[in-house]
Design a protein around this ligand. Structure first.
Ligand SMILES: CC(C)(COP(=O)(O)OP(=O)(O)OC[C@H]1O[C@@H](n2cnc3c(N)ncnc32)[C@H](O)[C@@H]1OP(=O)(O)O)[C@@H](O)C(=O)NCCC(=O)NCCS
Length: 195
């Protein structure tokens, strides 16, 4: 059987992208895009190359600042997508959680490894007479530079900057800014060496 021509394939893709955008407008855009959490819909979780374009259409529709070179894998959860920007060629791998309520900016050519969590929020807890859950939240932006590699299962806390060309080892918890070109690892993440 002959393969479909490129024009036919891209027409189909454009059609499917518009279906995805329409569905997300109906089901998801009623929620507040700068506070609510969104999980990749199950019907976009198939491991097929074309699904990346559909997932991109979905996240763009929800306000993520990104272009078609970005790869957002399946089962990703994004809180406040309207406050998230992803630079070109950046990859967000499976089951990552990006909390962008306090603004999250990830540069170009960077990668966030499997099951990592990036936070831009924390609970207030100053008042001992009130339950923590009633004291509200504090939001602080996170900025991740260009050509940064964040390994699998990393947690980045709110308010931090990870410099260009830095590497964060698997399983690390980042509690302080990471300088440009540094390789850090562990809990809390400490400098191993510079690149
Ligand atoms: C951070 C990393 C890149 C460093 O690699 P490396 O330069 O080859 O480092 P080494 O293996 O020489 O280790 C250097 C030291 O750091 C420690 N170290 C390395 N990675 C570590 C990690 N993730 N957590 C804690 N310590 C770590 C080593 O134990 C070693 O300590 P020592 O000198 O006391 O023995 C690598 O260990 C890593 O974590 N890669 C991420 C892999 C991953 O997440 N893959 C999924 C793809 S997205």
């Amino acid at each position: 059987m002959s393969r479909p021509s490129i024009t036919k394939t891209s027409c189909r893709l454009r059609f499917l992208q518009s279906v995805v955008c329409g569905a997300s407008r109906v089901f998801d855009r009623r929620k507040d895009l700068s506070t609510a959490a969104f999980l990749t819909p199950c019907w976009l979780n198939y491991q097929r190359p074309a699904m990346r374009h559909l997932r991109n259409a979905y996240w763009c529709e929800l306000g993520v600042g990104m272009d078609s070179s970005v790869r957002v894998s399946d089962r990703v959860k994004i809180v406040a997508p309207a406050n998230l920007t992803l630079g070109c060629n950046t990859k967000i791998l499976n089951r990552v959680i990006l909390d962008a309520r306090g603004n999250l900016d990830i540069g170009r050519d960077s990668q966030v490894g499997f099951e990592s969590i990036i936070l831009t929020s924390t609970h207030r807890f100053e008042d001992l007479d009130q339950p923590i859950l009633e004291q509200g939240m504090r939001f602080k932006p996170v900025r991740i530079g260009n050509d940064v590699w964040i390994g699998a299962r990393v947690i980045v806390l709110a308010g931090l900057t990870i410099g260009d060309h830095a590497i964060v080892g698997a399983g690390s918890i980042v509690t302080r800014d990471v300088p440009k070109g540094a390789i850090v690892a562990g809990n809390p993440a400490k400098l191993i060496r510079n690149r």
